[in-house]
Design a protein around this ligand. Structure first.
Ligand code: IMP
Length: 177
């Protein structure tokens, strides 16, 4: 069924079942890859809250989770975009970190944040994202755990919003074109 949010019409794209199957597949990979280890998952708010919660419930390893917000602002022309992490209090030194994102679009946010994360000298950093818009790539990001490769169209639902709305959908909908 179609849904109108603000001024746009959205059509079904991924069902709740599709999403849960992807979550289970990713959780199984992480459980295997991190067997005997104790990674720290860092979920990037707001969009990833639902994905992070469902994924975390399916981790059987000794995993920890922490939530951060990334606030970006324009730096000088030499520094480009600057990203500040709010809530990054966990000690990351020597930890195996798994970053949890809802969607990687241009890759701008993560490419600005990853060097800052590296400064904390974690043992490893892996990136887990539910969605990836490959065609929108400006800054290539290596995604280690991916739910779905999607076309370059705006999506809402399952945590993702359009101007604040749509996060509560249990499916992912795509803007009608
Ligand atoms: P990037 O820095 O361009 O990779 O953008 C990443 C962020 O943009 C995501 O974490 C989302 O918050 C937001 N975003 C990108 N595409 C969409 C979309 O289709 N729907 C909702 N949010 C999006």
């Amino acid at each position: 069924m179609k849904k109108i949010i603000h001024d746009k019409t959205f059509v079904p794209f991924l069902t709740g079942k599709d999403i849960q199957q992807a979550v289970t597949r990713i959780a199984e990979q992480i459980n295997m890859d991190y067997k005997g280890r104790s990674p720290l998952c860092i979920a990037i708010l707001n969009g990833s809250f639902m994905f992070a919660s469902d994924l975390f419930k399916q981790l059987s390893i000794d995993a920890e989770i922490s939530f951060i917000k990334l606030a970006s602002y324009k730096g000088t022309s030499s520094t480009g975009n600057v990203v500040t992490a709010i809530g990054l209090e966990a000690v990351l030194h020597n930890r195996d970190v798994i970053l949890i994102e809802d969607i990687v679009d241009t890759g701008k946010t993560l490419s600005a944040f990853l060097p800052q994360l590296q400064d904390h000298q974690p043992a490893s950093i892996k990136i887990c994202s539910l969605l990836h818009k490959k065609e929108a790539t400006v800054h290539p990001i290596k995604i280690d755990y991916l739910g779905f490769e999607i076309p370059n169209l705006f999506v809402v639902g399952y945590g993702l919003d359009y101007d604040g709305l749509g996060r509560n959908l249990d499916q992912i909908m795509q803007v009608e074109h």
